[in-house]
Design a binder for this molecule. Sequence first.
Ligand code: URP
Ligand code: ZN
Ligand code: ZN
Length: 492
Amino acid sequence: MEIDPNERLDLAVCGGTVVTATDTMRCDIGIHEGRIVQLANGLAKRAEQVINVEGKLVLPGGVDAHCHLDQQSPSGLRHADDFFSGTRSAAGGGTTTIIPFANQKKGATLRSIVEDYRLRALNRAVVDYAFHIIVSDPNDQVIGQELPSLIGEGYTSFKVFMTYDALRITDLQMLTLLSLASREGALLMVHAENHDCIEWLTDALKSAGKTEPKFHGVAHSAVGETEATFRAISLAEVSGASLMVVHVSSARALEEIERAQARGLRVFAETCPQYLVLTQDNLCNCGFEGAKFVCSPPPRSVSDQRALWRGLASGSLHIFSSDHAPYRYEGATGKKSGGEHVPFDRIVNGVPGLETRLPILFSEGVQKGRIDIQQFVALTATNPARLYGLYPRKGTIAIGSDADLAVWDPGLEVEIKHEILHDAMDYTPYEGMKVRGWPMITISRGEVVCRNGEVTSSAGRGHFLLDDRIVTRGAGKFRNRLSPSGGQYYST
Ligand code: URP
Ligand code: ZN
Ligand code: ZN
């Protein structure tokens, strides 16, 4: 990008400490037409508008690469958040790019579900977005025509499930999809839980009258997660493909991932806030309240949390996402939709977390010395942007990148309450949790979209990133450069 040093700037963000996945520096950020055009001191005098951020940290806006909006659960319950409320919530929590999932219902064409999802997002989003695709029916048309053509258009990541009757695919289908992904330059994401283990344990628990929400955590065992994780890795190894294991919740599943990485396999992994700060004890909350914490895999033990923190620090976990799956507690489409006495296997799975993802990791991770600030940026912005083909336009602060920034007050103490969040939910699983550090200003392509807790932008300003042609098939090239056995920092 050519830079004219005398050019007027639309905006200068001045006086802050700028942090990327590799550096921390004191400089101003000059912005023109939504892009970063200069990193230097003394830019205020050249700018139409100046935001003074003395004493604050300026980080890349977050990239939340795993969230669910405006789709249905396997049992047909609709998410509370659409692209408007979901992206408002993202902006409120310092996230400027989201990648939700267009879900294929068995029998539907991928083209139709992608087109439908584009319409759902149209004129609704406050920040930028791309899509992953959930493939539940990899029939001949999907494998032979639809996926190759969609990958060519930039839909370079898709998720498959090893459990849920409405979604799960066979090992043979997974092999076919893995080899297709490898051939076409896409990345397969896997929900790894052993379906038969879940079914068998669920039947046994229910036969013994054990039906409360807390038994969800027993039915979705860490052993079942571990077996499925190992199996998915083995299928990736056989087919020679890369693999992304999403929402890793247990020490044992992580051990399988680390073993594979040590063997040189390109296995990437993600974890989420619910596995770091919630445990199975939350599911034991009195009465039906434990339903608020039902997600799959479920929150586990303190020793699992410790292992995940180690994985975040060592680099064996590459991405930190929310897995925002917004089902209200009350009402006809939420946790209580079947009444307060339904057995655990009829409680819809998922917890919200788009807005709280970054503050939780910052407070519990950076402030408590478990990870450093560069690792925080890598896990929450740079790595997801790289792995899903959005880098360097997204996920960093560099000349030519989109001016997507989050200005953090690292000392601000906030008590998380649902009333301060911007989603369309009626609860947060983190109610009452105290965090230190919060993004005070969120800037998307040079426009302030949230300031001091107030979302200032309107529906429809968010871009679909495939329209901008920035999602690249070449993401595979970057994937090769993510050290599989650790090390999260890269140069281009
Ligand atoms: O329980 C969860 N995680 N629900 C969302 C869908 C998924 O599996 O990611
Ligand atoms: Zn999943
Ligand atoms: Zn999910």
